[in-house]
Design a protein around this ligand. Structure first.
Ligand SMILES: Nc1ncnc2c1ncn2[C@@H]1O[C@H](COP(=O)(O)OP(=O)(O)OP(=O)(O)O)[C@@H](O)[C@H]1O
Length: 283
């Protein structure tokens, strides 16, 4: 059974169409990356799937139930959400914020679990800090800790690493991979192509309110490869070769004379593929 199923979903805000026939299907234990330029409808999709607003048309189901039911308490328990709108209680400390949430969600052994998520996000040393005194990146880490505190089956993350330094990002990535191992399904939006390539099992390109392309990052990159290869010679010079007879002969000659240091197939980045398929930059 699909954990998330969207078929021909449209969403209007007044006269403005934000989503236009969106099709998305996500299986259990997948990390699914939703990529698209600003205003493409990524956050709106999360809002629809978490029952925070109704769809205008089509079908949207989560755990086999209409997405709008996700706001019910028994369903909310099963999902974790981190969006820009998620806020912390500014007058409480990090620890108090997490404890409050743990209580709300009936987390068993809250102290132990809070310690785990503090460690996961590298916030152990800062648990006594007031939320109002946190940096942007720290706030983001606490919001992440809070989203995963009750060990949800399904996690929605809106640009989870946007304000983070590389070390914190890779810590979060490790955490997400561990969660996937335990069967958690993860729906995330990102502008970070590296994140999409290394973390996501599948990515979808959103543009004009619908999915334009969706597949495993590696398969997309291979499918859109232009057939050129990069060759580095031992003297440090580098060349890009086409699939032509002349270039093949040149390469054979270099290999024959022992001059080749490295040969690599040139693969486009996901950003390149996005531009190629939509004519737009992915920013
Ligand atoms: N509550 C709302 N009322 C009116 N219009 C909205 C509302 N929420 C979103 N929109 C519009 O819907 C479109 C999609 O917005 P959305 O926030 O989903 O984009 P996004 O892909 O998440 O962008 P970003 O990467 O900048 O966060 C935009 O044109 C936006 O102005």
């Amino acid at each position: 059974m699909s954990i998330i199923y969207m078929h021909q979903v449209s969403k209007y805000f007044g006269q403005e169409k934000a989503l236009d026939g969106l099709d998305v299907e996500i299986g259990s234990g997948e990390i699914y990356g939703f990529l698209g330029p600003s205003g493409a409808g990524k956050t709106t999709t999360i809002h629809l799937l978490t029952g925070q607003m109704p769809i205008t048309d089509g079908e949207a189901e989560v755990f086999g139930k209409p997405a709008l039911q996700m706001k019910r308490r028994e369903n909310l328990q099963r999902i974790g959400i981190m969006t820009e709108a998620s806020g912390l209680y500014q007058r409480l400390t990090v620890q108090e914020n997490l404890a409050l949430f743990a209580k709300l969600y009936g987390v068993k052994q809250p102290k132990k679990r809070i310690d785990e998520v503090l460690e996961l996000t590298g916030m152990q040393g800062d648990h006594k800090k007031l939320a109002s005194k946190l940096s942007k990146g720290m706030t983001q880490r606490v919001l992440f800790a809070r989203a995963v505190l009750h060990e949800p089956e399904l996690l929605f993350l809106d640009e989870p690493t946007a304000a983070l330094d590389p070390a914190s990002s890779s810590r979060i990535h490790r955490g997400l991979k561990e969660m996937r191992e335990r069967g958690t399904t993860i729906f995330l939006t990102t502008h970070d192509m590296q994140e999409a390539e290394t973390l996501c099992d599948r990515v979808a390109f959103l543009d004009d309110g619908r999915v334009q392309l969706s597949d495993k990052p590696k398969l997309l990159r291979q499918a859109y490869a232009d057939g050129t290869i990069s060759v580095e010679l031992k003297d440090g010079s580098a060349y890009s070769l086409q699939q032509t007879k002349d270039d093949a002969a040149k390469l054979a000659d270099w290999i024959g004379s022992g001059r080749v240091a490295e040969v690599k197939t040139n693969l486009p980045t996901l950003g390149d593929i996005f531009i190629q398929t939509t004519g737009r930059e992915l920013v």
